[in-house]
Design a binder for this molecule. Structure first.
Ligand SMILES: Nc1ncnc2c1ncn2[C@@H]1O[C@H](COP(=O)(O)OP(=O)(O)OP(=O)(O)O)[C@@H](O)[C@H]1O
Length: 184
């Protein structure tokens, strides 16, 4: 990966602090123009956390259900609109809770990554607020290429289309357009 040193340093430092059990901002927003590497930076952090995760070993765990997998799984049900029906979400939550209760699944704290965050509706933002209060999410990383825009399904505008209460909790960094010598 080339360039974007500030954003990469902020994300990397946050990860180190979390791994050392020190206080760190757990909700990051990467904002920048399309194609400036926001997704690559966030995915790099995700991979590192997954690799570092200690093996569970001894218990007969049939399924390890990380939050990221849950989100991917939910995405299968979201169709073209990107919206997940609340009854589908509830049924999956119940199933995962049941597997967890029966010892068939382990829920692994991890990175929750939400790309194109300006596309989310109010219901999803409240899910993110709840996720931040949960021990399951070590770090929430969001990315957007929008400036001031409408919060979806409302008449309100806000920076990056994110409600102000969530915006207040975020550490925001930017990616910069590339210089000619970085992309030659
Ligand atoms: N610094 C970089 N080093 C190497 N490859 C990069 C870098 N930045 C971007 N790319 C490549 O450019 C493409 C677009 O990057 P990416 O999807 O991360 O951009 P983005 O900022 O998330 O864009 P968007 O706002 O459209 O979602 C990818 O193929 C990625 O691998």
């Amino acid at each position: 990966m080339v360039g974007q040193m500030i954003a990469r340093r902020v994300v990397g430092l946050t990860l180190e602090l979390i791994k050392e059990g020190k206080t760190a901002d757990r909700a990051l927003l990467i904002a920048g123009q399309p194609g400036t590497g926001k997704t690559v930076i966030a995915m790099g952090e995700f991979v590192e956390i997954q690799i570092d995760r200690p093996a569970t070993g001894s218990v007969p765990i049939e399924l390890i259900f990380s939050l990221e997998k849950a989100v991917t799984f939910l995405a299968l049900f979201s169709g073209d609109t990107g919206q997940i029906k609340s009854e589908v979400r509830e049924r999956i939550n119940d199933k995962v809770a049941e597997w967890h209760e029966e010892g068939k699944a382990e829920i692994v704290p991890g990175v929750l990554f939400t790309d194109e965050v300006h596309m989310l509706d109010i219901e999803f933002f409240s899910f993110l607020n709840r996720a931040l209060e949960s021990d399951m999410v070590l770090i929430l990383i969001m990315a957007t290429n929008r400036g001031i825009t409408n919060i979806r399904e409302t008449n309100q505008q806000s920076p990056h289309g994110i409600p102000i209460d969530l915006l207040d909790c975020l550490l925001i960094m930017t990616t910069e357009p590339y210089e000619a010598d970085e992309i030659k």
